[in-house]
Design a protein around this ligand. Sequence first.
Ligand SMILES: [Zn+2]
Length: 259
Amino acid sequence: MTPGPRAISALLLALALLIPLSACGARGGTIITIRGSDPDEAEALRAYFPRIETAVDEVVAAYGIEHLTVRVIIKPLGGLGETTPEISYTARVFGGSVSLNKRLLLDPPDNLDEVLLGLFAHELAHAMHYDAMNTVDLIIFGQRYLAFYNNPNGANQKWARSYERLTDLTAIAHGFAGPLAAQKQASTHNIEKYRPRKVWDFYLTGDEIALAAMDGSDLTQRIDARLEEVKLPSLTNWAKRRLLPLVEQPETLALSTHD
Ligand SMILES: [Zn+2]
């Protein structure tokens, strides 16, 4: 379906509401900032910058997205992380903006580096997807996500769940199953301890991650099924060219790859 001009302007508005437009500038690299902390807390958070950069660098290299700018914003958040695309005035995706829950760093788990790796494996998979989508799909994506945010129990809930699961599967196909499982555990802890939320079953469980990581045909089936539900042709094309071929190489899937 090709949206008409009126639909396009409505969708562009939706996209603009969801995604802060950013000016063109240098591409690539990682920028970390802190929001909503007093000076003492900010200093404590800054001590984690090198460990955040290490995790981001490892995922960026595995995903081959060195051309994207990764902006990490440490702030109060419901979940552990979320990502929006950084879009230029020429409607090109040039990076991803990852919000990171400051509580993860102020009350860190023992396996923080593993959790950070899993978190960025998920969040930067979003950035890689945004980069792979054409403008029409990106607008449709923004419109659907906006509708979901406005009405979490509405018609777009199933779509959003499928897309989040595809994002987890993307991380697993790149060998991040172990860190991803650690991240899910930390998220469960965070959610149970601080803020019960209902979106929980949006993501893969530890058991599902382990199964998909051990069984290439299970992983392929799951990816195919989610792509069909997500219905973004440019993302499906990208997955056929770049994602599914990875699954045929069992050595990239070992749970122990990043342990
Ligand atoms: Zn996500």
